[in-house]
Design a protein. Sequence first.
Length: 450
Amino acid sequence: MPEKIGQKVNKIISILVIAVILISCSEKKEPIIQSDLELKMNSIAEDYVKLVLNIGQYDPDFVDAFYGPKDWRDSLKSNLEFDSTAFKKLSSKTDTLLNELESLSEYRADSLETLRFRYLYKQLLACKTKIYMLNGVLLPFDEETKALYDASAPKHNDEFFQSTIKELDKILPGKGDVAIRLNEFKMKFAIPADKLKDVFNAAIKECRTKTLNHIILPDEESFTVEYVNDKPWGAYNWYKGNFHSVIQVNTDLPIFIDRAVDLAAHEGYPGHHVYNVLLESNLAKKRGWKEFTVYALFSPQSLIAEGTANFGIEVAFPGDERIKFEKEVLFPLAGLNPDEADLYYKVIDLQKNFSYSGNEAARNFLDGIWTREQTVEWLQKNALRTKDSADKFVSFIEKYRSYVINYNLGMDMVRNYVEKNGGAENNPAKRWHLFEYLLSTPQTPGGLAK
């Protein structure tokens, strides 16, 4: 952790506050007619894309996807050293775009234009934060999530997770250490390596069928699957543009039978692949909104992306549909015995209460309260992770920092939005309609919470 973090935090907060004041006090512009508005918004959007690409020269993880004009990226390099010149240039450009965008705030045309305005504004604020982080300023965990992802995650104490461990202790076979018993029991449901492709392909097929029953996708959409190792994540969708993705599945750790549907839905249908396809089709191509030809990973867009990808599993498989499909189709393909399947799903359901444990681990580790070793030990104790799994998760935190909130908090925010607007499980048509709306329009976490 950087020294004198308190001073640096105060400095960035002061700078951001001053920036907001300057923006809010900017001179009133002459009225802008609608055609001028569209031209100005498109100009800001184009400059935003180029800004993201420029930031990506200093952090290769920042640009998760780009499928805009090739010449915008051709002259750029990667892994450049971030210096004071780069900081001033990028920071100044971001401020200019924020001011230009603010000057158009009174002239938004319709609800979709309003969403576009809000989206660009929050994305630019995340860019501003990322530039300061590249310059050595690190915010406390909760301030970082608010600045980058437009959301703050709730806190949970150890007792919250220990109560779930007590429940698992009651239902797991055998006696003794709960973590050991949990791992031994779950290993009965690990997909054999030689069966993984068949199981995953079957899960993809089912997820795609369910999705296409409700969402129309371009005929040419597709993705390929690769099996990799030595990665800090479990799976990754690399969107390539023109409605195509490459999905990589990490095989470092055992992949359990329920993860097949998780990964197929989250990375593919109706998750990341569908999300990117709809944004490219509806916004980048049909409307010409260039900001949707780039995906800045450390930005509010990621909370929407991860949240919809996780909630999409429930949308595609309401009620007991998923368990039925896995027991009838995936278990036989994997050569697994379904005799203890009902207990397995009770265990998996309880383990969902560990979802927010990753946030606590990241919060305490990144804020310098725990060492790496202490964080690994805490995850073993309070989330019942194996040593390898806990170590892998901390590696993820080291690389992606507060990104972890996007999975759990993102899913809860998306679910709350859908359900409060009438998309309850007993109204699947409305549920799918609202879900597709979130996938195909400019959304921000703050917007979901309204």
